[in-house]
Design a protein around this ligand. Structure first.
Ligand SMILES: [Zn+2]
Length: 230
């Protein structure tokens, strides 16, 4: 009886020891991983356009709002960028707008909050995520914009547009200069990506699929990598 008790105790001890050893290995690996992780060389602000009261464009057949879809695309792009070692600062992580509830001009308050995030981010570039819409339902294709007179933004937008053009049938071949607050509020290179038209039912269905979203975000990442000559 005493032997049996001793045996069980020994087994239990072995088990506890094994668990502790395993835990300490995991912890030390985590410590090594954390301490050896380099500080990101580049940081990107990813801005999901619209939010809160401002839902943006609405899907013709699904009723999806641009607000929802922009956030999904921004999150997918964030995951990809982080996997490639970029630091990422998001302007929003939920469906709310960034405006103060007391602001009389909610749009201005929202945009100023985004500008503040960009200014405080110490980032190297800005990507603003949007979905397009147009009265003519046949309009479709991804289109990239850069800020007024922003030469490095133009280079970035061109790089992203080229990857989109090479991967997606209806994507435009050239980016355009655009008068967008999010691009003009900062001297940083910035690109506003209109991923597609929610007013085109076929494109709307594609934009809603996970695989299309991942492929599009991957093309944007490739454009960013090329811009940084990585
Ligand atoms: Zn938009």
């Amino acid at each position: 009886m005493r032997i049996k008790f001793y045996t069980i105790k020994k087994k239990t001890l072995c088990l506890v020891f094994a668990v502790l050893l395993g835990l300490s290995t995991v912890i030390s690996m985590a410590v090594i991983k954390t301490s050896s992780m380099p500080k990101p060389e580049y940081t990107i602000v990813i801005d999901a356009g619209h939010g809160g009261k401002d839902g943006g464009a609405v899907g013709k057949t699904s009723g999806v709002t641009e607000n929802e879809l922009n956030l999904l695309y921004a999150e997918t792009l964030k995951d990809l960028c982080e996997r490639y070692g970029f630091g990422v600062v998001m302007t929003r992580n939920d469906l709310n707008g960034l405006y103060s509830p007391l602001a009389s001009n909610k749009k201005r308050s929202d945009m100023e909050a985004r500008q503040k995030i960009i200014e405080d981010s110490d980032a190297d570039l800005v990507i603003s995520v949007h979905m397009n819409a147009f009265p003519l339902a046949s309009s479709r294709g991804a289109h990239v914009f850069y800020g007024l007179g922003n030469e490095s933004g133009k280079e970035l937008a061109q790089s992203i547009q080229t990857f989109l053009y090479e991967s997606f049938e209806y994507a435009k071949s050239l980016p355009n200069e655009g008068d967008f607050f999010i691009l003009n509020c900062t001297p940083l290179p910035g690109a506003l990506v209109e991923f597609g038209f929610l007013s085109n039912p076929e494109e709307e269905q594609l934009l809603l699929t996970e695989s299309y979203r991942k492929d599009m975000c991957y093309a944007v990442l490739c454009g960013i990598l090329q811009f940084f000559e990585m």
